[in-house]
Design a protein around this ligand. Sequence first.
Ligand code: SIN
Ligand code: MN
Length: 201
Amino acid sequence: MHFPFEIRGFRIFREYLSASAQKAMVSETRSIALEAPLFSPTTPSGKKMSVRMTSAGKYGWYSDRKGYRYERIHPNGRPWPMIPESVLEIWREIAGMERMPDCCLVNHYGEKARMGMHQDSDEADFKWPVLSISLGDDALFRIGNRTRGGSTESIWLNSGDVVLMGGSARLHFHGVDRIRPGSSTLLSGGGRINLTCRVVD
Ligand code: SIN
Ligand code: MN
């Protein structure tokens, strides 16, 4: 049994995944990226994001000059691969919701990658939580408020940690200031992978 602790409604399950479960999930993530290669989306303001992304599921998250949204096909024109059963299993255990996620966004952070403070608000119904799984290098995760600005709290997320953003935390601003390169040997090329499961429509 894993007991989470909470920061501003974010439920953090430390070391939820064993070392062997983490390895297996990395290899499943690599299979996703083979079918649906990682790419760096462009923000609506025209900047290339430093994080590389792909998705699994019925929808994939996408951004370009036209805005943030979900798409049913990868930029290569093909549907996104299926969400691995091992990821769905964690959703069943932790989110415990009758609906399963229809997007698993895969974020890859290289040495210099970061993600600015944002809300996850491209989904249709915020009653469904977002579930995040961290693999590889540590990440400095920042948690803010339901509106932009104000005080924040930061926490290092480590490989195998799982975070549930639901209820009052669902629309809190959050971001990744930086990763700690070389803090994990899980990914052969270094860096960090974050998987987030979302119910989209
Ligand atoms: C995200 O907010 O989409 C990613 C969070 C993370 O990388 O931990
Ligand atoms: Mn987010």
